[in-house]
Design a protein around this ligand. Structure first.
Ligand SMILES: N[C@@H](CCC(=O)N[C@@H](CS)C(=O)NCC(=O)O)C(=O)O
Length: 231
């Protein structure tokens, strides 16, 4: 099995959670052309015609894109240990948290991702402020549904944690630091308690460290690229 992914992207994180928890060790490949680079994506389009990460390639060479679909596939193909609760309501909550992350929280952050790749002189500060407000609103949706047992759903690790953890890192740490804004951490008490407990789970601690390290590296690359463009 192979996983095409980057450590910076929040989407592959939930897939890595599945792999780590299920003890699967596919070859991890970081395709060219992602995040603060001038390179093209080369033949990665043959793996995933959408050109996004992640994509999983099975041992017999079939390729599957889309993080949520990959998680569902891994759960079906490798049911032990389960990363979905046993009951239909709990399973729906996992899919709901993932969906709130993907359809609202990440979408709210898109203008911030765009600004992070631009020089500060070009920043559209009102657009950044609007995006920060939209991030806070989206976090409010998740606050409504998040579990209170130290995990996103049902007091145990599920792939909702893999969807949420990297996006909270971006919302609570990355965006406030980059845009010199107040962190929304204090705004939602259940999410704040969840965030405080997150590092106690070794898999979530590992995923958070991978995300933090990769985002810091990407920012250094972006600065180097901007310097080279100026020279
Ligand atoms: N719905 C997709 C979204 C994946 C996605 O948008 N990944 C981003 C990275 S954050 C990507 O590959 N963007 C294209 C690029 O960076 O060139 C999924 O869940 O897998």
């Amino acid at each position: 099995m192979k996983l095409y992914q980057t450590y910076t992207s929040p989407f592959p994180t939930r897939v890595r959670l599945m792999l780590y928890a299920k003890g699967l060790s596919p070859e991890i490949i970081e395709p060219p052309g992602f995040h603060a680079t001038a390179e093209g994506k080369g033949d990665y389009y043959e793996v995933n015609p959408i050109g996004r990460v992640p994509a999983l390639v099975t041992d017999d060479g079939r390729a599957l894109p889309e993080s949520e679909v990959i998680c569902e596939y891994l759960e079906d193909a490798h049911p032990d240990p389960p990363l979905l609760p046993p009951d239909p309501w709990g399973r729906a909550q996992v899919r709901l948290i993932s969906r709130l992350c993907d359809f609202y929280l990440v979408q709210a952050m898109v203008p911030l991702f765009t600004a992070s790749g631009q020089s500060r002189k070009r920043w559209d500060r009102p657009a950044i402020e609007r995006a920060l407000t939209a991030v806070e609103t989206s976090l409010g949706y998740i606050e409504h549904y998040i579990g209170e047992g130290g995990y996103a759903v049902g007091g145990r690790l599920t792939w909702a944690d893999g969807a949420l953890a990297p996006q909270l890192m971006l919302a609570y740490e990355w965006a406030p630091a980059l845009f010199a804004a107040e962190s929304p951490l204090g705004k939602h008490p259940k999410l704040a308690a969840y965030w405080a407990a997150l590092g106690r789970d070794p898999i979530l601690a590992r995923l958070l460290k991978e995300t933090r390290d990769a985002v810091a590296q990407e920012q250094a690359n972006a600065r180097a690229l901007a310097r080279n463009r100026r020279d």
